[in-house]
Design a protein around this ligand. Sequence first.
Ligand code: ADP
Ligand code: ADP
Length: 228
Amino acid sequence: MSIELKNLSKKYNDKYAVKNLDLNIEDGKITVLIGPSGCGKTTTLKLINRLIERTSGDILFDGISIDNIDKIQLRRKIGYVIQEIGLFPHYNVFDNIAVVPKLLGWNKKKIKNRVKELINLINLKYDEVINKYPMELSGGQRQRIGVARALAADPKILLMDEPFGAIDPINREVLQDVFLEIQNKLKKTIVFVTHDIREAIKLADKIAIFNNGELVQYNSTLNIIKKP
Ligand code: ADP
Ligand code: ADP
């Protein structure tokens, strides 16, 4: 599913967090948003999944304005992964992953099969992790579970806000590799926020560079890393 941001702006108290943003996010590709802290990356993700409302402009999903899509329908199309605190601490791994399928009213067998499939996808062992609570897992395992949870109901879009930001460099590399493997299989439309240029180059099909609420460059990763 493609996402088109058209002259999109968001103001907080008269100050632009995102300004006149035009961006075509391609179906099945990883688009990385990169830029310094406060440049509007998180705001852009929150506008896309309608956690906040835009000030002006439009957001189109496969050509259909966000105004014409029911909020619940929208949430079903989008998975959201954030840094650290994403998991519910009082739910075990199974219940964390099953949150959305339960909300959607899937039967027990379907949920269990799906959870198994997802644990397999993220390269963990079902019996070792399924009854654990987030506190009992490593940071890297937690983030994998976060990815599994976001994928549970098979959304078309994944929005990821510095998902590996709190992980040490070695485990971060491992997570990036697992993530790329998953994407090779699933081909989701992914919008991935980071401020780490190495991570951006490793993961992105396209890189959008933000500064001060505005898009300053948007190109395929190869064009960005090519020396002049
Ligand atoms: P980034 O994700 O690139 O670090 P953000 O999108 O979080 O940037 O923030 C962009 C700008 O909007 C910053 O100046 C930030 O302080 C401001 N901002 C974000 N959320 C709010 C809010 N809820 N109220 C007021 N200002 C906000
Ligand atoms: P990040 O940089 O990872 O986006 P922040 O610490 O900037 O995280 O923001 C955390 C939360 O606070 C976000 O939900 C954001 O919308 C909100 N926020 C950020 N800046 C402001 C601000 N100036 N005023 C009010 N809320 C803000």
